[in-house]
Write a new protein. Sequence first.
Length: 286
Amino acid sequence: MPSVMITGSRGYIGSVLCHSLRRNGYEIIEFDSVLGHDVTNLKEVRSVSEKAWCIVHLAGIVGFGAVEKDPDFARKVNVEGTVNVASCGKRVIFASVLGRYDGYSVIDESTPFAPKHEYFVQKLDAEGRVLRVKPSSSGIGNVVLRFGTLYGVSECMRWDLLVHNLILEGLREGRIQLYQPDVIRPVTDIRDAVSAIMFFVSTSAASGGVYNVVSQNIAKKDIVRIIADSVPEVSGYDTVPEEDYEKRDYVALTEKICSLGFKFNGDFAGSVEEIANLARKGSVVV
């Protein structure tokens, strides 16, 4: 099996992906700040990537809050770091996000991205840098995977994600304070995210470009309903007057990736139970 370099290998997606790749016989080349690596160091990125067939680029400053703390540093990591990865001449599979699509209730990969927040601006910029480069190591194009809001258990757990945060609040308070309960959010099971990456790591998945990776589109009130059905401590929700800064409220279509033969297998209710059980075990203070 060919070698796969993973930037952000010890992160939320990366730690799950590494296990999956190893189980399938791939050799892993890890690249992570926890291991002392620096994605903004072009010489280091190129040196580590020399023996890799492709690079799964997960490393970055993630989320609104983290980017707001230091936008300039975030841009250096999220955009310049991505340029470094794309310059290595290897096929790149880049983890991106679904953001803001102004005025659209149904979106696909061709729908114009209209980001307001700096985090989404940086992601869109990085996407363009990845897609403009043609890998020299193969005739296969680079890939951008736009994930919905992720959920699911990982060794490097992120408790700030929407579903995780709602579960924690329910465990702490018994009820969930929910704004804009009727809006639709595309959500992605981490197992589907990893499966999509694995799909494109395989040499048989030859098509480059942008692909939405969404396990399901679901109203926020239905997320809470499933949480209440799956977590005995949660009795329901109360509506509060607040709204999403990016005004995300749409159905994200996935026909493009499915047309290649990819199948989604996310289990939302099962994941909710797993996340709640992890929280109860003391992985986070509830």
